[in-house]
Design a protein around this ligand. Structure first.
Ligand code: ARG
Length: 345
């Protein structure tokens, strides 16, 4: 990662700035009902104490009504039918099974200013993994289930023996939060070094990861999803801080913009070598980019519900952060069916 680290992007119609709101909106189920539909939405709120139920219900009602004001149309809200109290351990284990959720960042931030961040608690990018050979960080990877990760094919060039690899999680490379052995490495059958096409691989862990607040999976987009350009995405990794720089111990993040393939294929940019399986992200003016060692790691964007989706895999670039040479990523939607064929996910 190179360049300054911009502010984290927070999007979505339901930011959690209202009192009592914890993790935000979760999945909705829409069922037919007389004269319309009924939408069941799981909402979770974190309250400091177990206040009395009636007051809580009224408060929740007010929050939900207020949020719905931004949307046209009318909905009848019936909280009483489904409102129930849940202890935080149960709530958290439900949340950890969802893909692409990040926890309350303000808590992690405040513990940072008071010094000493608890790594077992505050992985900000819980799907980020480090792929290591002989305990040396080589590449990034992204957790997509309890046992599978996606990474880049070029990370395994001349190094396809799973026994030589380990995978670590957590914000810091040293000490790692958790380390897993690798059982299987599947490199895309059409990947041919030094070509950059088909730069994708999936890695199966020898043991299952039990999801926690600190380590859980990202969401995968559907293969037919259209990824708009000009939107913000975040790339994370332990890659070099500049073109010949060293590996930082703490995970870095950078916000980059998705670049139209037509623009990226311009003569002065990458002159036609960007194929449909690739995606450009960064800034034509340069300055912020992923870099050596970030390869295989995630490029993610949040959806309107603040659930994060893997849209790219760090793949290649002409040096790092140079003008007209943005980062090039493996386009995940293009390989979504390949991922399913190899992993069943
Ligand atoms: N191939 C590099 C690696 O193995 C990643 C390059 C990304 N470059 C860029 N300018 N975004 O780590």
């Amino acid at each position: 990662m190179t360049g300054q680290i911009p502010m984290r992007v927070l999007t979505g119609p339901l930011p959690c700035e209202l009192a009592g709101c914890g993790v935000g909106e979760k999945r909705a189920k829409v069922l037919p009902d007389t004269g319309g539909v009924v939408a069941q939405v799981l909402l979770m709120f974190l309250f400091s104490s177990a206040d009395n139920n009636i007051e809580l219900q009224q408060l929740l009602n007010r929050i939900v009504q207020q949020r719905l004001k931004m949307y046209p149309g009318s909905a009848r809200i019936d909280l009483s039918s489904s409102f129930r109290d849940m202890d935080s351990t149960t709530a958290e284990s439900i949340l950890n099974e969802f893909c692409g959720l990040r926890y309350n960042r303000s808590a992690a931030l405040s513990s940072r200013v008071t010094g000493g961040m608890d790594t077992s608690w505050s992985s900000e990018w819980p799907w980020q993994a480090s792929l290591q050979r002989n305990n040396i960080h080589r590449c990034g990877a992204t957790l997509i289930s309890n046992t599978w990760l996606v990474s880049a094919a070029h990370c395994f060039r001349n190094a396809k023996n799973p026994q030589k690899w380990t995978v670590s999680f957590g914000t810091y490379l040293r000490p790692p939060l958790m380390v897993y052995l690798v059982k299987t490495i599947i490199v895309h059958e059409k990947y041919r070094y030094p070509a950059n096409e088909y730069d994708i691989a999936v890695v199966k862990l020898a043991n299952r990861v039990e999801f926690s607040r600190a380590v859980h999976r990202v969401c995968l987009p559907d293969s037919d999803e259209i990824i708009p350009y000009n939107i913000d995405a975040v790339v994370t990794g332990w890659g070099a801080l500049n073109n010949y720089g060293e590996t930082p111990n703490i995970l870095q993040e950078a916000t980059v913009k998705l670049i139209d393939t037509n623009v990226c294929n311009r003569r002065e940019v990458y002159d036609g070598v960007i194929t449909p399986g690739m995606l450009c992200a960064g800034y034509l003016e340069g300055g912020v980019d992923s870099c050596q060692g970030d390869s295989g790691g995630p490029l993610v964007t949040p959806d309107s519900r603040s659930m994060w989706y893997l849209i790219g895999i760090v793949s290649w670039g002409d040096e790092c952060a140079k003008p007209n040479k943005p980062g090039v990523y493996t386009r995940v939607t293009y390989f979504r069916n390949w991922i399913t064929r190899k992993t069943g996910l």
